[in-house]
Design a protein around this ligand. Sequence first.
Ligand code: ADP
Ligand code: MG
Length: 546
Amino acid sequence: MSSNPHGNYQPIFILPEGSQRNTGKDAQRMNINAAKIVAETVRTTLGPKGMDKMLVDSLGEVTVTNDGVTILKEMNIEHPSAKMIVEVAKTQEDEVGDGTTTAVVLAGELLKRAESLLEQDIHPTVIAKGYRIAAEKAQVILNSLAQPVSPKDTPLLGKIASTAMTGKGAENTKGLLSDIAIKAVRQVTRLVDGKYLVDLDDVKLEKKVGSSVEETELIPGVVMDKERVHASMPTEVKAARIALIDSALEIRNTEVDAKISITDPEKMQAFLDMEEGMLRKMVEVIAEKEVNVVFCQKGVDDLAQHFFAKRGIYVVRRVKKSDMEKLAKATGATIVSDLKDLSSKDLGAAGVVEEVRVGDEGMTYVRGCKNPRSVTILIRGGTEHVIDEVKRALDDALGDIAASLRLQKVVAGAGAPEIELARDLRHFAEGLSGREQLAVKAFAEAMEIIPRTLAENAGLDPIDVLTELKAAHDKGRKWAGINVFTGKVMDAWKEGVIEPLKIKTQAVSSAAEVAVMILRIDDVILSEDQSKQQPPQGQYPGMPEM
Ligand code: ADP
Ligand code: MG
């Protein structure tokens, strides 16, 4: 409002009509609520006793999962600060590959605790500062809690893998899948300057519906769900010289709809001859380089297939782009677009390329690759749903083993590190002054949401469980965690619930980061388009009301 020379008040509009604006406490409340709703949504899935969510996308595709990041991605969340929480899950997924629910639940709880500090009239910048101090201290505490791990330590790696897969719908085959994950990670690990570099890009997960999960296997090299294009091509090529081509081996380009009108039959014959000549030439250019295997990302003309077959060249067409990249890395080949550019230097090498019958279809196996580190896990299972869930479980196991080896540090889980963290942070807060102390204490308490949720999801009384856990930690049992199956306090380390340190450090730091970011917002301005899409007052489509 502003006064004009006559003393009348008139509103001043600085935003276009239709925009929506929330400021100060309203903005904070709205943002915190949206974040809490997201956290609340995935909270019930945490831990081995967590529930599953059934997600149905706009095309009616059904996914049943308890994987935090999968759930949040499929929900297509619209609210701006809720989206920031989803980003936390994605960062966690990219950096570690596991712990997405943990990160989101922590972020939600940090904001919930901040809300009550705000109600006590503590300024958001003070809370933000306290949270930052606490997050930094948390890194130190977690690091000193951690234990070492090495790639040779098979039993410990097995515990990491099986913890990652607990409750992920792969229970019966956990042993087999753990073994496969350990072998795969070892294969792609290199020791450089005292550090283990683990490149999970070298591990390909290929799915093939049929048979059962027990038939899942680790295959050295690259495996593709593709047959050779022509039945008279060889089924096996030894000492393979491989060309990777990402353009079509055809003359007629369907993208350019050329019309040729031919009036007399002789011209027709001439035209066909010319076409045949061009295809023959194409095949010759490739064959000249003594290529015996071709992987083409696009189509291959029937006639060209016939010429390739006559020369004993193994050809696969319509190979996925991601597979072309894997093949390039594994065999040392360069992907070529224009045949004119193809030279011997571009070719890749493999011991053998062969078509293997899996079920009643053929798959192409590329073994004995130039890069011995590339491996494929061929996942089998009765249905697409089963295979997808096994794939997610394997992804977590691979990610957790890799994350453990990269830092060479692990912690026990089952809520033990969070209780220990809360304890040490509370102690640390004692040495701080005034209002920051309150914020650090709130941060400490927020950590306890993990064991509390594990207890709740297991149908246990969270207050009893927390009291018992705290008592155990006070007695110096630093790995005291909750046995979600019996409801008793257990030594999580001895029971083999082991996770990479990185899950915890990453989850705590990104949760704190997003909480601070959201707390510092005191003004939300939605443009007209956005405010039309969203009903006012924190009710958003697809989300439960709180
Ligand atoms: P996230 O997406 O955060 O990885 P999960 O559903 O995988 O969520 O649950 C991870 C939590 O479950 C961790 O706190 C971990 O310590 C705990 N956990 C895993 N296995 C067990 C177990 N056998 N007993 C108790 N807690 C477990
Ligand atoms: Mg997990």
